[in-house]
Design a protein around this ligand. Structure first.
Ligand code: GTP
Ligand code: MG
Length: 164
């Protein structure tokens, strides 16, 4: 008999870092180069199987990064897991990620994600900066690309392994 556990997860981070694209890649295996800004939040769920034959169902709130559309507190207050995303080509988004970590810590923050890892030439935040910040704050860190699908499943698998 396999067991499924359900977990509420919220994605937070600046507008344009690729939160909706990460979710779309994870849930539908697709990438939308003309992804529209999220208004409020959207909800999707996805179940993954772990190696020990248990399954984990993520109920995902993909929040709006644009402040005027943001209802983020409504979502993160009910979430067990927060995934804070930045864009490796955008230092402002890295600052915003640190803001989110401060707001949420130590209650629910779990993962720090540097997205758009495919944009090597435009990189502004070094991998080590992400690693160091995450380590200092007791978070899991990973770089992803919603475009190439690199590390998207791994992100959710690693979170699943670390669930309390
Ligand atoms: P808000 O909804 O406003 O908070 O933005 P968001 O974080 O949901 O951003 P979204 O997923 O809509 O992506 C914004 C833009 O970045 C889109 O044009 C995407 O195509 C692009 N994008 C997202 N992920 C990647 C990625 O991994 N690589 C590249 N090159 N582009 C990406
Ligand atoms: Mg979005």
């Amino acid at each position: 008999m396999s067991q499924t556990s359900m977990h509420n997860l919220v994605l937070l981070g600046d507008s344009g870092v690729g939160k909706s694209c990460i979710v779309l890649r994870f849930v539908r295996g697709q990438f939308d180069p003309s992804s529209k800004v999220t208004v409020g939040a959207s909800f999707l769920s996805q179940t993954i199987a772990l190696q020990d034959s248990t399954t984990v169902k993520f109920e995902i709130w993909d929040t709006a990064g644009q402040e005027r559309y943001s209802l983020a507190p409504l979502y993160y207050r009910g979430a067990a897991i927060a995934v804070v995303v930045y864009d490796i080509t955008n230092p402002d988004s890295f600052n915003k990620a640190q803001y989110w970590v401060k707001v949420l810590f130590p209650d629910i923050v779990m993962a720090l994600v540097g997205n758009k890892a495919d944009l090597h030439e435009k990189r502004e935040i070094q991998v080590q900066e992400g690693i160091d910040y995450a380590e200092k704050n007791g978070m899991f860190f990973i770089e992803t690309s919603a475009k190439t699908a690199d590390n998207i499943n791994q992100l959710f698998e690693e979170i699943a392994k670390r669930l309390p």
